[in-house]
Design a protein around this ligand. Structure first.
Ligand code: 76R
Length: 247
């Protein structure tokens, strides 16, 4: 029997993608729109207070292409909090003018393919990765992925040592992008349709393409990677939300 990788699990994570129903949004009076925007901004302020207390984090990005208009990413200590956030947003006026486009539920994950030392949950570096304050990079890229389980290419049948060697090679490629791309791997086995969510942050959007392309040639992605839909977007800082929603 194959040995399962042990995981370190951090904050729970929700990626919430929405379209805006611009047609009905435009039908509101500007006073009604302004009230809806203020209510939404108050909610964002509440999330910022949580983030300042280091009890979670959030990121808001506009999405390029027709899959969604914007995304909100949340990390929180419990699944219940993610649920509360989603319900609270859904009950706002602004949410009436959004259409759910996609969502992803997962938990921040580190695996033991690379040695972590003793009681990793006590290590400050590891804690910073398990309970991350999300970067404010200019761009985000999100996609879900699986490791293949097909014929001779079954990741889950491989001995631990083979998987560890391949993950080492994967990590080496990743490390060349240190300072250019920050990745957050979230595990979603049992939570959502794929096994992992990959969330990348960068100030230079082209680095996503370069990194993902380079990894395609690496065995762990070339032979075992299976991918879902890709989303790419630009940061929407609090002070630009109003302009984003201006019609
Ligand atoms: O956590 C670590 O930094 C240690 C090394 C490492 C692990 C264990 C690592 C490094 N990753 C790990 C695990 Mn990764 N990663 C992806 C993708 O598009 C593709 O082909 C794959 C999507 C990218 C772009 C990426 C980037 N990684 C994982 C896992 C879990 C696998 C498992 O448990 O079986 C997945 C699904 C995954 C996918 N990875 C890095 C990066 C980058 C940039 C690094 C270097 C991080 C750094 O050292 O700064």
């Amino acid at each position: 029997m194959s040995e399962a990788a042990q995981t370190l699990d951090g904050w729970y994570c929700l990626h919430d993608f929405r379209l805006v129903d611009w047609t009905t949004w435009k039908m509101l009076s500007s006073d009604e729109r302004q009230a809806a925007i203020s209510e939404y901004m108050n909610l964002i302020e509440k999330w910022t207070v949580t983030q300042n207390k280091k009890e979670g984090s959030h990121a808001i990005y506009s999405i390029v292409g027709q899959k969604a208009d914007f995304m909100m990413m949340f990390v929180r200590p419990t699944m219940e909090e993610l649920n509360e956030i989603e319900m609270e947003f859904n009950k706002t006026k602004f949410a009436e003018f959004t259409i759910p486009a996609h969502s992803y539920v997962s938990v921040v994950e580190l695996s033991n393919y690379l040695p972590a030392g003793q009681d990793p949950y006590e290590s400050p570096e590891i804690r910073a990765r398990l309970y991350p304050i999300l970067p404010t990079a200019k761009h985000i890229c999100f996609y879900p992925m699986d490791k293949r389980r097909q014929g001779n290419d079954n990741w889950y049948m491989l001995p631990m040592e083979d998987r560890r060697n391949m993950m080492r090679s994967h990590g080496m490629i990743g490390r060349q992008y240190a300072g250019k791309v920050k990745q957050i791997i979230t595990g979603s086995v049992g939570f959502d349709d794929y096994e992992w969510g990959v969330t990348l942050f960068a100030d230079d959007v082209l680095q996503f393409k370069k990194l993902v392309y380079e990894m395609r040639f690496d065995e762990v992605s070339a032979r075992y990677g299976e991918f879902g839909s890709f989303f790419v977007g630009n940061i929407l800082p609090q002070e630009r939300i109003e302009a984003f929603l201006h019609v």
